[in-house]
Design a protein. Structure first.
Length: 282
């Protein structure tokens, strides 16, 4: 029996039984594997770190998308950085008020690979006429584009290797410059318990650009370490304080089904554990 051991942390990990290898590629700079697992379906891992699985992707993609979009309430233009598997794009396009989505992915082959091996992630989203796919470097795009957006979602890998620049001050500054007034920026930010230092760095780097910077939580089974933190930046603090009735009205008006997100989860996700609050207050 072959197994895959995740190596995100030096002293702690998780392993997956590999039922079948669907794709594997080793280059001078990275190792990618896509395999089948009985519990999680199709699993994709890059350089020893689980990126996404067929079975639990909906938790991550719904929470990284619907929290900022329902909080904003009237986003017409959305920018996605990364997200080559198409899960974020799929969820954004469920919002009827969204007129245009630009997705910036650095590598077309990632999109092609995910269409082949993880087709349910995008579920046809790449062919939607509201979607504009740009193959480019995300940080260069936000620093140079003339476009403006109401919501920006950074669906990046962990802050190691090539993904590290998407946690930099220059990236956050670029996102702020192409965000409309009253807009929202969100990004994945690692495990609350295992990667709390990353949250402290992110808060410090977001603070020069956003009056209101915080985090919210989602529990994604394959992202080990308990709650995952999702970073939040906006100049409109009221968007994080929306009452339940308003969220319920927006959710009902959007009229689509979810598997994890609902207005109650939205409100609850914005409440942070005390150890996180203490760390951020240091």
């Amino acid at each position: 029996m072959t197994s895959y051991l995740e190596k995100l942390y030096e002293t702690y990990g998780q392993s997956f039984v590999i039922d079948e290898v669907l794709f594997e590629q080793q280059t001078d700079s990275w190792h990618l594997i896509i395999f089948r697992n009985q519990q999680f379906g199709t699993v994709m891992a890059l350089d020893g770190i689980i990126q996404t699985t067929e079975r639990d992707e909906f938790v991550y993609h719904e929470m990284l998308t619907h929290v900022p979009l329902f909080a904003h309430g009237a986003a017409k233009r959305v920018l996605i950085i990364g997200g080559g598997d198409g899960g974020i794009l799929r969820e954004v396009l469920k919002h009827p008020e969204v007129e245009h989505v630009t997705q910036v992915e650095i590598d077309q082959s990632v999109i092609d690979m995910c269409k082949t091996y993880l087709p349910k992630h995008s579920d046809g989203a790449f062919d939607n006429p509201r979607a504009n796919i740009v193959i480019a470097d995300g940080i260069e795009y936000v620093c140079n584009t003339d476009e403006k957006f109401d919501v920006i979602i950074s669906d990046c890998t962990d802050p190691v290797g090539p993904g590290e620049v998407l946690f930099s001050s220059r990236f956050y500054e670029g996102c702020k410059r192409c965000l409309n007034e009253g807009g929202v920026f969100v990004a994945q930010n690692g495990s609350a318990f295992m990667q709390i230092d990353e949250a402290k760095v992110t808060q410090a780097r977001l603070s020069p650009y956003f009056a209101d910077q915080s985090f919210y939580c989602a529990a994604v089974p394959t992202y080990i370490g308990g709650n995952m933190l999702l970073a939040w930046g906006s100049d409109n603090a009221a968007l994080r304080q929306l009452d339940l009735a308003s969220l319920q009205a927006r959710f009902a008006a959007a009229n689509f089904k979810t598997r994890y997100y609902n207005p109650q989860m939205h409100q609850g996700a914005l409440a942070l554990p005390q150890f996180v609050l203490d760390a951020l207050a240091e």
